[in-house]
Design a protein around this ligand. Structure first.
Ligand code: NAD
Length: 323
């Protein structure tokens, strides 16, 4: 299969592209290598992918509509896994326009290109953030999700809705996957696992909101990737599917697991919850199990250990720890 993976230089996208390249698909990655976090990390991911002869990276911005059409016309994709996005929840509060431009308008350009050039399946990376402060716990796909707490969640939810319209009007197969707090090797440096690791090794001060009394449904990246691959392989018309672990862990316990592995305390400063944050996320994953055969394998304890081993294997961190 010929598959476009947008956001292929990013955290989850690079894991996905690697998995698909390993099984022999013809993969085109697309990324704009922006500097929301250190682009050197994205270049390193792209470098890792470059070893696969069946992988190619195109450096482009999904906001460039004509460029997207040109790429789709030339490449003739069978499927699209659209992971490119501005993804930081808190950053979205500062730059709402950017989040709508990329996460909604950019996504629409890809949907239009996909329907014009007859792409068989469009898989869209959405987020548990769309659930906002819903009272329905665990989060279930039938929730209306009409009270997003920040522009990131609002733009993703709007793109989900547009996906339904494109399915209804133009017959585009469109599967929305809502990811829940993904972590693992090569993880995003603005996310909690990485921040805690940085704090325990470098002493960097990090905020701990609500005394760490917030639940997150941490999901190991390999499990997420298996769910995405299953969705790519199975066009479903239009569906919305949670991909989480289904076993939320308190933030303070998650921090404690990394501290225990490091044998050092994180340098936390206590802060109240931000308006953009929710107290709890918890996935009901029964639909993913039923439709995709999704079956997450890695417990949080195992996943944190794998993450930590990767983190300390980086040259820069090894040098700090050997001092
Ligand atoms: N990591 C999580 O916990 C999580 C949770 C829910 C949803 N998601 C979603 O999963 C997807 C991947 O997230 P991630 O954690 O790997 O983030 P990431 O930031 O590492 O990856 C996103 C990639 O998209 C690229 N990108 C951003 N804007 C672009 C543009 N205009 N044109 C082309 N490329 C662009 C970035 O350069 C980056 O490499 C995103 O859609 C995100 O919203 C992630």
């Amino acid at each position: 299969m010929k598959i476009l993976v947008t956001g292929a230089a990013g955290f989850i996208g690079s894991h996905l592209a690697e998995k698909l390249a390993q099984r022999g698909d013809d993969i085109v990655g697309l990324d704009n290598f922006n500097d929301y976090y250190d682009p050197a990390k994205k270049r390193a991911n792209a470098q890792r992918l470059a070893q696969y002869p069946n992988f190619r990276m195109i450096e482009a911005d999904i906001r460039q509509r004509q460029r997207m059409f040109d790429i789709f016309e030339a490449e003739k994709f069978d499927a699209v896994a659209h992971l490119a996005a501005m993804a930081g929840v808190r950053n979205a509060v500062r730059f709402p326009e950017l989040y709508v431009e990329v996460d909604l308008n950019g996504t629409q350009h890809l949907m239009d290109a996909a329907r014009t050039f007859n792409v068989g399946n469009f898989v869209f990376a959405s987020t548990s953030s769309v659930y906002g402060q819903t009272k329905q716990i665990p989060f279930v796909e039938s929730d209306p999700c009409d009270r997003p707490l920040q522009p990131y969640a609002a733009a993703k939810r709007a793109a989900e809705l547009l996906g339904y319209t494109y399915h209804y009007l133009y017959g585009l197969n469109f599967t929305v996957l809502r990811f829940f707090t993904v972590y693992g090797p090569n993880g995003r440096p603005d996310m909690m696992a990485y921040l805690v690791a940085e704090s325990v090794t470098k002493g960097i001060q990090i905020p701990l909101y609500e005394g760490g009394n917030m639940y997150r449904d941490w999901t190991f990246v390999d499990d997420i990737v298996n769910g995405i691959v299953a969705a790519i392989d199975k066009p479903l018309g239009f569906e919305i599917i949670n991909l989480g672990r289904g076993e939320p862990t308190l933030l303070k316990e998650f921090v404690g697991m990394i501290e225990a592995l490091a044998g050092r305390k994180a340098n936390v400063v206590h802060k109240p919850k931000l308006p953009a944050d929710f107290i709890r996320n918890h996935a009901d994953i029964s639909k993913a199990r039923r439709l995709l055969g999704y079956d997450p394998q890695i417990s949080v304890a195992e996943g944190v250990k794998i993450f930590w081993e990767w983190y300390i294997s980086q040259d820069e961190i090894r040098a700090i720890l050997e001092k």
